[in-house]
Design a protein around this ligand. Structure first.
Ligand SMILES: [Ca+2]
Ligand SMILES: [Ca+2]
Length: 336
């Protein structure tokens, strides 16, 4: 009996270890940043390109249309960088590798663009059986994952280019906690740059829900991956959040001439960041960006009316803050 119990425990532990190992993409960054003393997490510095590049499952090897994207956009990949303190980080982000894709409102990579049949393609993700059914529209530069009340709803059907717009439907109850991971994707993983020209890409996202809630400056948002940096000391890290807007290299870092020397600043993603129980009060309020500062893309401009009064949000730096987590808890519907 005792031996059996012991074997059971060992087998259970082995399963757990296997499970944890399988989750390695997420696990590297998923240490709690808030537990312990409550000291301010200063971040970890890495230099140069990520290695061990791996395609993200679920994404096609190229667009099925002849849409014009830079040659290095596909395959969609994540890589691994090791920071000075020996920690490993997935760049640009430890995205889910098996979640469903959101339905497209507009996608000119895998189809003609406009998808007038999107409503009939929606499937409701049941978060709470006694909840209300909500339809949500999301446009992200470049990638999003949406969680509601801690449950994964969908990921972006195009991680980088061309730009698309997405729609989701779910059933959830109030108070309703929205948690979105936004990622400014990159093709030079680990240094926050893209394309042959080593551009510094910019970001932004907007979401609107059928109960009238949507992204505004009362959301909380913080950055967890800042690159490219000449000197990470330009990032102000305080108990009130991280601010890379003082970094002068937003447009063209000096290290861009020798990108393998560019640095990045990484912060651990709290394991429960998307849970209703997570305390986001230490995250800064989201920053409003005018639509023209984020995008002129048809994926958004043709459908701007679907986004109601929602606003584009991000952190204080559209260029260098590449992995942003944003949260908001709606007490009830906003629409009268
Ligand atoms: Ca996208
Ligand atoms: Ca960027």
């Amino acid at each position: 009996m005792r031996v059996k119990k012991f074997i059971g425990i060992v087998a259970g532990l082995a399963l757990l270890v296997g499970f944890v190992a399988n989750q390695s993409l997420q696990a590297g960054q998923a240490r709690s940043a808030t537990s312990g003393s409550g000291a301010v997490e200063k971040g970890s510095v890495s230099s140069g390109f990520a290695t061990d590049l791996k395609p993200v499952p679920g994404y096609p090897p190229r667009c099925s249309t002849d849409v014009n994207v830079q040659p290095d956009v596909f395959p969609i990949q994540v890589g691994t960088v090791t920071s000075d303190d020996g920690k490993k980080w997935t760049a640009p982000a430890p995205v889910v590798t098996d979640g469903v894709m959101a339905v497209d409102v507009y996608n000119n990579c895998m189809g003609p663009g406009d998808n007038p049949d999107y409503v009939s393609q929606l499937k409701t993700v049941v978060v709470d059986n006694d909840g209300v059914e909500i339809t949500g529209f999301i446009h992200a530069d470049n990638y999003f994952e949406l969680y509601v009340n801690g449950k994964f709803i969908a990921r972006d059907s195009i991680a980088m280019m061309p730009f698309n717009s997405s729609v989701v439907r779910f059933k959830a109850k109030y108070p309703m906690t929205y948690a979105i991971m936004g990622v400014d994707w990159e093709t030079h993983q680990g240094v926050g740059m893209e394309y042959n020209a080593f551009n510094v890409g910019d970001a932004g996202m907007i979401a609107y829900f059928s109960d009238g809630n949507g992204t505004h400056t009362d959301w909380r948002a913080d950055t967890f991956y800042i690159a490219p940096l000449d000197d990470p000391a330009c990032v102000r890290v305080t108990a009130a959040g991280r601010d890379s807007s003082f970094c002068s290299q937003s447009v063209r870092p000096a290290c861009g001439a020798k990108p393998e020397t560019c640095k990045a600043l990484h912060f651990p993603i709290p394991t429960d960041w998307n849970s209703p129980r997570f305390n986001d009060s230490r995250w800064p309020l989201a920053i409003f960006w005018r639509p023209v500062e984020v995008t002129n893309q048809q994926a958004y401009t043709r459908y701007a009316q679907l986004f109601g009064d929602a606003e584009f949000i991000w952190t204080r730096n559209l260029h260098l803050d590449n992995l942003v987590l944003a949260r908001y808890t709606a007490k009830g519907p906003k629409r009268k």
